[in-house]
Design a binder for this molecule. Structure first.
Ligand code: IMP
Ligand code: MG
Length: 220
């Protein structure tokens, strides 16, 4: 199924992407004509953005929550070295902020995952497209995820990492959509529980876009 059929606002997102691409083309031109086109596109882009996105969590709310999570996690691990494992790509901004706010010694590694089979009939089977570079045996490990949706990714990863015999294994997710679960999975630390929305910003993407937004938005 086309993603735009699932999210009615996405036609306007396509329009926004078109304007963005157009701006990129204009940037390669020079002269007054290009400047005028660029200025004109600002007037188009801002209303389109308002049409397609609704602010869900402000930058301040996100930063306060990350700080609180870092404080709680640092206290729970109380001085032990923690190996943070970020799930690429979505978790990279959350992990960068969380790591800098933690007070325990940390090391970092990343994994990248892909699911097998067709997207319409999710097999629930996950494979590594980038595995860890660090052995987990005997370590205190914290998996860092941007969002839990069906729970399939984390459920699989958790079992896989548990088999590598870490000393402890915990999970932190900035966002959680409990209403969308297909498998029973609970993270040890959750930033915000949200409804069944598709969200972008702060590392989360739609078609690889909007990861660099500082706040979190719902795609209408
Ligand atoms: P799960 O296996 O269904 O829990 O999928 C989790 C992954 O799906 C996350 O790591 C995200 O990459 C992606 N995902 C789930 N919901 C959203 C969303 O609302 N916006 C962006 N990505 C999402
Ligand atoms: Mg992800």
């Amino acid at each position: 199924m086309e993603i735009s059929a699932l999210f009615p606002g996405l036609w306007s997102l396509s329009a926004f992407n078109f304007v963005n691409d157009f701006v990129e083309v204009c940037k390669n031109w020079s002269g007054q004509e290009a400047d005028e086109i660029l200025r004109f596109t600002i007037y188009i882009k801002i209303p389109i953005l308002r049409l397609i996105m609704r602010l869900l969590l402000s930058e301040k709310q996100v930063q306060q929550k990350v700080k609180a999570l870092a404080r709680k996690i640092s206290k729970d691990f109380s001085g032990h070295e923690v190996l943070l494992i970020g799930i690429l790509k979505g978790a990279f901004i959350f992990m960068a902020d969380l790591a800098r706010k933690m007070t325990t010694p940390i090391k970092m590694d990343f994994v990248r995952l892909a699911s097998y089979g067709s997207k319409t009939r999710s097999s629930g089977r996950i494979k590594f497209t980038k595995d860890l570079e660090t052995p987990l045996r005997g370590k205190d490990v914290l998996i860092v995820e941007d969002i839990i949706d069906t729970g399939i990714t984390l459920n699989h990863l958790y079992q896989c990492f548990q088999a590598r015999k870490p000393r402890s294994l915990k999970v932190v997710a900035l966002l959680d959509k409990p209403g969308r679960r297909k498998v029973n999975f609970q993270a040890d630390y959750v930033g915000f529980q949200i409804g069944n929305h598709f969200v972008v910003g702060y590392g989360l993407d739609w078609a690889e876009k909007y990861r660099n937004l500082c706040a979190i938005y719902v795609l209408k």
